[in-house]
Write a protein that binds this ligand. Sequence first.
Ligand code: GRF
Length: 226
Amino acid sequence: MNNAISAACKVVVLIGGSGSNLQALIDAMPNSHYEIVGVISHNPNAFGLERAEKAHIQTTVVDHTAFAERSHFEVALHEAIQHFKPDLVLLAGFMRILSDTFVTQYTGHLLNIHPSLLPKFKGLHTHQRALEQGETHHGASVHFVSAELDGGPVIAQTIIEVGEDASAEALQQRVLKTEHWLYPEIVNWFSNGRLKLSQNVVLLDNQPIPETGLQFTFTEIEGIKQ
Ligand code: GRF
C-alpha cells in the first residue's frame, strides 16, 4: 500500500449488491480528494456493477461461487485489488467474510460500513433485531476492518431515533440515507490524510477519537431530512 497520498487517494470499492453506497461515493467524488479507480464484485449480478460502468469506472467480478476454497477466492480477490494499486479499499455491501490472513494485508487501509451502532448487532438483519430488542436508537457505523466479523475500531456512527411504529424496511431506508452521507465524509478524511489507524487506535488530526467513534445524530447531518 502506498502511504504517501499527494495526488487523489486511489480507492477500490468492493460490492455485492445494489451499490447505493457506491453511488453516494461516486456522486461525492467531484468535491472530494479521492478517485474510485476500480469496483470489484463477488456477485456477477450486482446492480452496483452497472452504477460503476455508468460512471466509467473499471469493474472486475471475482465470483466467489467459482472457488472451492475461501483461500483461493481471497488470492484472486487480492490480485484483482492490487491491479488498481489503491491507497484505500472500501467494503460496501460486500457479503463475504474475509479471513485474518486477507485482512492483515490491508490493516489501516480497509474500511467497512455496517448498518448498526457497533458493537451492537454485528452480522445480518440488524434492523429487525434492533426493533425486536426495543432499541430507541439505531444507525450505521464505519470502521477499520479487523479479522473479527464487523469488528475493528469504529471511526464514526450516524444515530437516528427508532419510531414506535417503525418497520424493519422503513428503518433500513432511513439508516441507509445516513450511510450515504457518512461513508463519503469518512473517505474524504482519509484521503486528506486526516484519518489514520495507529496501533489499533483511530486518529483524526493526530488525536485519538472516542472508542465509540465520532457520533452524528441525524439533525446534525446537513441535507438529510428524515
Ligand atoms: C448497507 O446497508 C451497508 O451498511 C451494508 O450493506 C448494505 C449495502 O447496501 N454493509 P448498498 O449495496 O450500498 O446499497
